[in-house]
Design a protein around this ligand. Structure first.
Ligand SMILES: [Zn+2]
Length: 371
């Protein structure tokens, strides 16, 4: 008999530093091959080192890099790592699940803190205010497509004062009524490259995280024929519900591959079924550039937290704070707490729901990928 299974409540960290320390300990105990990738030029909120860590758990000791590979990543959106780190910890301590992956011949690759700066500083963007899930585009093909809808809204989304005055809020409400909810949300969240100080900013060049993930993919994925990827997120959808959002290319063939692994409830944002908008340049998309030989099934597993308006207001406030470091300490602290609450529900029932759904997604992938 193994020791008692870990309960979700004990797996979720209070902050980045604790999540990282626990991840490194659990990965080492599970026999993982670890690699560290330190973010140069930046430190965390407590002055700590910031790093993306990769932990490979090969199914066989004589692994040759050709077995099916399941990637579990988290923290693409910094602050969302509070949830993802807990889920990964829960998985790494789950001896039965790891044994099942081995028995099916599936190698596991855990990516911890794809955006370590955002995790530590409780921001969604990275050290350059870039949304990593809008940054993995082909910058050599010219400037990314413009998003004029965002440009029109920017001054109201990130107003000069916080909380915003009534006139700003009124303008935003009117814009939402004029555009309709779907078009409004698309304009706000689909990604933009015109406002480096704005929300959902794609950046002007590949970020450090983008380059580091690509390097890990070339190292671990260059010879794989079959791969699957579960990228953990939070913020959108009903509280505690894990929406399986297709994260592969926008083709029916890729969508079907995802549904074969994870079921008919894999939704496609481009079909209007998802709580999320279709985005350009998600991190998962790097796999098609770096491992073109592989058949890949990929989902973002998005766990709901708070209502949409609260989610968006937390991001607006955080963006305002980023530009106003002189803000009173009490307001700054309230804004940071607002970010935490929008992306991580501090309740045992929520932790139990998200850990269980992450486990199911990994289980399904191991069964579908393995032999
Ligand atoms: Zn996210």
């Amino acid at each position: 008999m193994h020791a008692a299974a870990p309960t979700p409540s004990h797996c979720f960290p209070a902050d980045y530093a604790q999540g990282r320390a626990r991840f490194l300990a659990a990965a080492a105990a599970a026999g993982a091959q670890l690699s560290h990738h330190e973010l140069p030029g930046h430190r965390g909120r407590q002055g700590e080192v910031l790093a993306l860590e990769a932990a490979l758990l090969p199914a066989r000791p004589e692994a040759d890099g050709r077995a099916p590979l399941l990637i579990v990543s988290r923290g693409v959106h910094g602050v969302e790592g509070l949830c993802g780190s807990g889920c990964q910890q829960h998985l790494l301590l789950d001896h039965e699940l790891l044994a099942l992956a081995r028995s099916r011949g599936v190698d596991l690759l855990f990516l911890h803190a794809v955006n370590p700066y955002g995790f530590s500083h409780l921001r969604r963007g990275n050290e350059d205010n870039i949304d990593l899930n809008r940054n993995c585009i082909d910058f050599t093909a010219g400037a990314p497509a413009a998003n004029p809808g965002y440009a029109e809204l920017h001054g109201w989304l990130v107003p000069p004062t916080w909380p915003p005055d009534d006139a700003v809020q009124q303008q935003l409400n009117q814009a939402q009524q004029r555009l309709g909810v779907a078009a409004y949300r698309r304009a706000v969240t689909a990604g933009q490259n015109s406002h480096p100080d704005g929300l959902f900013y794609s950046g002007q060049a590949p970020s450090w995280s983008n380059r580091t993930v690509r390097e890990r993919l070339r190292t671990h994925g260059a010879q794989r024929r079959h791969m699957a990827w579960v990228d953990l997120h939070t913020g959108l959808g009903p509280r505690g519900h894990g929406e399986k959002i297709h994260a592969g290319r926008t083709t029916q063939a890729d969508l079907l591959r995802g549904r074969r692994l994870w079921g008919a409830d894999v939704v496609a944002a481009w079909e209007g079924q998802s709580a999320s908008e279709q985005v350009r340049g998600p991190v998962v998309g790097c796999v098609y550039d770096e491992c073109p030989q592989a058949e890949v099934a990929a989902i973002a597993l998005e766990f709901g937290t708070v209502p949409y308006d609260q989610f968006l207001d937390a991001l607006r406030a955080d963006q305002w704070l980023h530009q106003h470091p002189e803000a009173p300490a009490a307001l700054a602290e309230a804004i940071r707490q607002g970010m935490r609450d929008a992306f991580y529900v501090d309740a045992d029932d929520w932790r139990g729901m998200v850990a269980a759904q992450a486990r199911v997604a990994v289980l399904q992938a191991c069964l579908g990928l393995g032999s």
